[in-house]
Design a protein. Sequence first.
Length: 86
Amino acid sequence: MTYTYRPRGVCSREMKLELEGGIIKSLQIAGGCHGNLQGISRLVEGMPAEEAIRRLKGIRCGFKDTSCPDQLSRALEEALQSEGKQ
C-alpha cells in the first residue's frame, strides 16, 4: 500500500511511503533538510512501522512542537490505520 502524507509545522512538504504487512518498503520525502531526510529514509526502510513510530514519535526540531521525524511517525500511524481497513 502506498500512502501520501502532508506534514504540518515542518519544512518538508510531502512524505510518500509504501507499507507491506506493516513493514516500511520505501519512503520519499520532498522538501526539508535533504541529507538528513535521505538518511532517515534509508534507516527506516525494511523496519516495522511500529518500531519506527516508537523511535521517532515526539522528536522536536528547535522550538517547534514537532519535527520531520515526528511527522513521519504520524504518517506511519495513519498509514497503518488505512492498511488495517483494506
